[in-house]
Design a protein around this ligand. Structure first.
Ligand code: NAP
Length: 280
């Protein structure tokens, strides 16, 4: 087995992060599983993962997690930026605080952790940063503006960071899955908050919630398991010559092509039709 150094994964309490920790550990790698609440990681500890508390929006916690790995191993071998959630809802009514929270987790948390692991990676002349991005970072649609904006930002940062750090032996790889049946759906549905009584978007929210449930539920077209995606995260982290991007599943592979070929007005009309054109 190739030595890739210790693996540090964010957001391992459920879903892709948890499955990825299992996959790296099963492949024999030293795996640091992290979560806001480490009590949620005891099953991963039982299979040999090391545990660290980490809220990716908390600077002291970010520093402490990276320092703990570096104190023992010199450098993080593979950082997997997986922690994330989806803020959905009408853009006219989203608060800037909710939008900032979305970026603090999905964008700034990931970039800051990359900044923290890079100096030691450069020193040892190797390392890898795997970002769990999304097809939502290539195609933006009605109702998901905050989440799409965060994943588009992650994609943009990656295209700039990848060639910046490659001369130091560090590779940056994005994994872009389509829909996955995880706790992501319930967090997303909660983010579509109840509007005030006078909101013109009350029916919009109802249709959006119904549509997203249909899109993400297990068994719907193209919906994968966390384990399906974790296999690709492992590949992105461990294969000697990774691609720059891995599109995972049918929706992620063909969605961006379809979107590029179809005119904006047609996409607008189709997505409105999907959710009932007048939100009623
Ligand atoms: P999930 O089951 O809800 O897992 C999300 C993980 O992120 C949880 O462990 C959650 O921890 C953690 N998290 C959220 N905010 C955090 C913070 N501030 N600090 C640390 N951890 C935090 O959803 P998932 O589907 O596995 O999502 C994993 C990644 O895949 C996300 O980046 C998501 O955007 C991406 N993705 C998901 C889908 C999908 O359809 N599910 C599709 C494409 C991409 P807590 O337990 O503390 O909340």
């Amino acid at each position: 087995m190739r030595d890739i150094g210790p693996v540090l994964i964010t957001g391992c309490s459920s879903g892709v992060g948890q499955a990825a920790a299992r996959a790296f550990r099963a492949a024999g790698f030293e795996t640091f599983a992290t979560a806001r609440n480490p009590d949620a990681l005891l099953e991963l500890q039982a299979i040999g993962c090391r545990l660290l508390p980490l809220d990716v929006t908390d600077e002291p916690a970010r520093r402490a997690a990276v320092e703990a790995v570096e104190a023992e191993f010199g450098a993080v071998g593979v950082l997997v930026n997986n922690a994330g959630y989806a803020q959905y809802g009408p853009l006219e009514e989203i608060t800037l605080d909710d939008l900032r929270r979305q970026f603090e987790t999905n964008v700034f948390g990931a970039l800051r952790l990359a900044q923290l692991v890079l100096p030691a990676m450069r020193r040892v002349g190797r390392g890898r940063i795997v970002n769990v991005s999304s097809v939502a970072g290539r195609v933006s649609v009605l109702g998901g503006g905050p989440y799409h904006a965060s994943k588009f930002a992650l994609e943009a940062l990656t295209d700039a960071l990848r060639p910046e750090v490659e001369p130091f032996g560090v590779k940056v790889v994005n994994v872009l899955p389509g829909p996955i049946a995880t706790r992501f759906e319930s967090t997303l549905l909660k983010s579509i908050a109840e509007p005030g009584a006078d909101s013109p978007y009350a029916p919009f929210r109802k249709h959006l919630a119904r549509r997203m449930h249909e899109f993400l539920r297990a068994g719907s077209f193209g919906v994968m398991s966390a384990e399906d995606v974790a296999k690709i995260v492992l590949k992105a982290g461990a294969t000697p010559r990774p691609r720059t991007r891995y599109h995972v599943g049918f929706v992620a592979r063909f969605g961006p092509w379809g979107r590029a070929l179809v005119p904006d007005r047609l996409v607008d009309a189709a997505t409105r039709w999907h959710m009932s054109s007048k939100w009623n």
